[in-house]
Design a protein around this ligand. Sequence first.
Ligand SMILES: NC(=O)c1ccc[n+]([C@@H]2O[C@H](COP(=O)([O-])OP(=O)(O)OC[C@H]3O[C@@H](n4cnc5c(N)ncnc54)[C@H](O)[C@@H]3O)[C@@H](O)[C@H]2O)c1
Length: 348
Amino acid sequence: MSASRPRRVLVTGCAGFIGSTVIAQWLRDTDWRLIGVDTLGYAGLRESLAEALDDPRFTLHVADIADAAAMTEVFAREQPDAVVHLAAESHVDRSLSGPAAFIQTNLVGMAALLDAARRHTGTLDHQRRAGFRFLNVSTDEVFGALGPTGRFNEGSPHAPNSPYSATKAGADHLARAWHRSYGLPVLTTYSPNNYGPRQLPEKLIPRIIAAALAGQPLPIYGDGSQIRDWLHVDDHASALRAVLERGQIGETYCVGGGTEVSNLVLVQRLCALLDARRPASAPHAALIRHVADRPGHDWRYALDGSKLERELGWTAQRRLDEGLAATVDWYLANPDWLAAAHRSLATA
Ligand SMILES: NC(=O)c1ccc[n+]([C@@H]2O[C@H](COP(=O)([O-])OP(=O)(O)OC[C@H]3O[C@@H](n4cnc5c(N)ncnc54)[C@H](O)[C@@H]3O)[C@@H](O)[C@H]2O)c1
């Protein structure tokens, strides 16, 4: 990174749930120039970037990471000092019904992006090359499922169970290979389930909120005993910044949420929050319906975030009860965003 100009960070998947949070938080907290890349497909909403699009420090490129020529042009024109790679097909259910799109973006796209970054670093002078970083954002799902005890850590073997997690695991291996074979300065993070504003209502928390507000059934896979380790998306964005700024090249970091809860208890908490804010004729929990479990559904995920805390001094700040309440309040306060998200989902 040059000391004479603000850092220029290319964020793929910038119009998605985590990408739009990263853009908003980093525009607020840094002087960096942010370059967004997104196809603006069904999961990428221009509405999620509304404020960023008015900020001269943000530039959006509507492009596909699998398009090598387009990526080469973006790198040449924007001269980034770092890449934060968030673009992905991300919904497990869609990966079960249509894995090809996941292979295309999460593997073919990943390889195209890594190679564009590699060729770009070859054009940089020594100082800029030494400062360049490629942050690969991965998921706890690459590790497979846990039993009732233990947590995954950076040494856990990849054992993915869904087409989604298999493509994310493959992407991790590609990132590792571009580091080991070509010296690309890669770092990888593993995150648990995120929650917060601007998440499409095909994912559990916003889907439950939207359905409850519409008085519709609240579907829960199986008995709802599956346990997830929830991380507020603001915490995820700050963890990614810590790794980008202070992480060691070639290292991997688990971002622990420290908030394990079963899907059923989570939905019951959301219902209680909605009962307090939008009372209906019956408690919202009366709308809960157990539906057939997802094939290959992992029972429990949990991450040990102690390496990130020990080495980079990062821990999650938001408690689940407070974060969930703020999330419910955000969806209640943003019906226009929710309507746009439903329209986008209808086109998918
Ligand atoms: N949401 C979570 O709980 C979670 C947890 C761990 C890891 N992750 C990872 O974080 C990343 C972001 O997740 P998210 O929840 O924001 O997903 P998301 O689906 O909300 O956003 C993904 C974005 O990528 C864009 N995109 C998809 N294919 C593209 C392509 N070929 N070229 C350019 N852009 C493309 C989409 O338009 C969308 O804006 C993903 O890599 C995901 O695997 C997410």
